[in-house]
Design a protein around this ligand. Structure first.
Ligand SMILES: C[S@@+](CC[C@H](N)C(=O)[O-])C[C@H]1O[C@@H](n2cnc3c(N)ncnc32)[C@H](O)[C@@H]1O
Length: 249
């Protein structure tokens, strides 16, 4: 599967062509951001961590449609998607990133500086530990993007909901705010890990493939979000699955 391909069509070729057409008809990314994405793909073997440029177009549209000004991102890697959020909300907005790896965070900071994005901060460490440090945020976030370790998703959801209690003075996510969790279909394995799914293979549980533990963890996340009466959810079956949850209270 090509990184940016929409996988709703009869075959990969058609999916690619439809995606290319939809990309061309949609808002365009600034050239320096596109170039950064292309450079990371060229230079790094772990570049598949990044969201695709097509998904980026969708996220910008979506952030602007809800008038977002503050975005929290869990899982920053080398800073690409944080740049997308920063571009979407403009220089008056604020992007906060949580990233486990000091090396990735440093590369991200260098890239943001080079490209003139001054409204992005990153907190280094395991997100389960850095999230609670945001308990005294001056203003709640409009969007929280979860794109880190898959086995951590359910814990992040619980922490976010706990830190966003109705009526609390400093809540993390505003009422009506969105939690957007990435990779919530995992090549469709989350919905169907039988032999009907070509991604299911002998490698299913090996390095380089999608580990079965991640699939189970994502299933648990999807179930928890969908069953929570504080949330209204929509799982978008595009890219690797984007689970949107709107906080109702
Ligand atoms: C899929 S990549 C993020 C890609 C990025 N959002 C983008 O599209 O440009 C996942 C990131 O989560 C980070 N990560 C993994 N476990 C984490 C944890 N426990 N806390 C914080 N970050 C973590 C990884 O180091 C990696 O950089």
């Amino acid at each position: 599967m090509k990184a940016g391909t929409t996988i709703m069509y009869a075959n990969e070729k058609l999916g690619e062509r439809v995606t290319k057409y939809a990309e061309a008809q949609s808002l365009q990314l600034p050239k320096p951001i596109k170039d950064y994405h292309a450079r990371i793909i060229e230079e790094r073997s772990d570049s598949n961590y990044m969201i695709s440029t097509f998904q980026s177009q969708a996220l910008i549209f979506f952030a602007r449609a809800i008038g977002a000004k503050r975005v929290l991102e869990i899982g920053v890697y080398v800073g690409y998607s944080a740049m997308i959020w920063s571009h979407a909300i403009g220089p008056q907005g604020k992007v906060t990133g949580l990233e486990y790896s000091e090396e990735y965070a440093k590369l991200a900071q260098e890239a943001w500086k080079k490209q003139g994005y001054e409204n992005i901060d990153v907190h280094v460490g395991p997100a389960a530990e850095t999230l609670p440090k945001l308990a005294d945020v001056s203003e709640p976030y409009d969007i929280i993007f979860i794109d880190a370790d898959k086995t951590g998703y359910t814990g992040y959801l619980s922490q976010i909901l706990e830190m966003s209690a109705p009526g609390a003075k400093n809540r993390l996510l505003r009422p009506g705010g969105i939690i957007a969790a990435d990779n919530t279909l995992r090549h469709g394995l989350v919905a169907d890990s039988s032999s009907d799914n070509p991604w299911q293979s002998a490698d299913f549980d090996k390095e380089g493939s999608v580990p079965a533990a991640n699939v189970a963890a994502i299933r648990e996340y999807n179930d928890l979000a969908a069953a929570n009466d504080r949330l209204e959810t929509f799982l978008v079956p595009l890219w690797d699955g984007l689970h949107l949850s709107r906080l109702l209270d």
